[in-house]
Design a protein around this ligand. Sequence first.
Ligand code: 9WO
Length: 226
Amino acid sequence: MRIDVLTLFPPAFDGGPLDVSIIKRARDADLLDLQVHDIREHATDKHRSVDDYPFGGGQGMVMRVDVLDAALQHVRARAAEPGLVVYLSPQGEVLTDAIVRELATEPRLILVCGRYEGVDERFVEHCVDREISIGDYILTGGELPAMVLIDAVARHIPGALGDEVSPEDESFADGLLEHPQYTRPAEYRGWQVPDVLLSGHHANIEKWKKAQRVERTRARRPDLLP
Ligand code: 9WO
């Protein structure tokens, strides 16, 4: 899978969570080709401006449609696949496991990171395929949401997790939260691991895990239950 990122701050993507562990391994194995591009390289005036005052007034600055479109056309032309253009914004549909799985089937994503008070709406209307939010809060820009989306999607690229783990088996695949997990020591400061997990009785263990998942989902995320 290829992912292009358009941002005013390319260094935000260096030496962060996308350069370690599973995502690093996927990139090294060419399962994920991640390329970050500087929107400012497509500014045309002598001050290299990428933003301007909002029509109709209001506070702050808005990113220019001409600069964003030039950046997008440039990046598009660097590969045969047109790519699905995703703009990360609080006005988007909220990211879910189902959307992550949909995006993971795309051969190419182009992620647009806004700054300031956002982008000119004509860019969203004419150039963006999907506007996505990672949750109901405002940040200083779309870079962290883009990294969250890349991390979530990259785990679904076939081979990215290695052989032992399958994203099909994890929480949300069947709409329930995970059961609690424990490892050695079986007792620490008097804190005991539940007896059933030490019993060796596999049928009982599976029954307990399922009951824990249902009870936790009911208590914490009843919105997930049918
Ligand atoms: C800032 C602002 C200040 C005064 C009045 C209105 C305002 N709106 C914004 C704003 O929404 N800024 C955004 C900053 C513009 C797009 C990039 N930024 C952003 C993306 N913040 N938070 C996100 C984001 C993206 C996806 N999921 C959650 C948050």
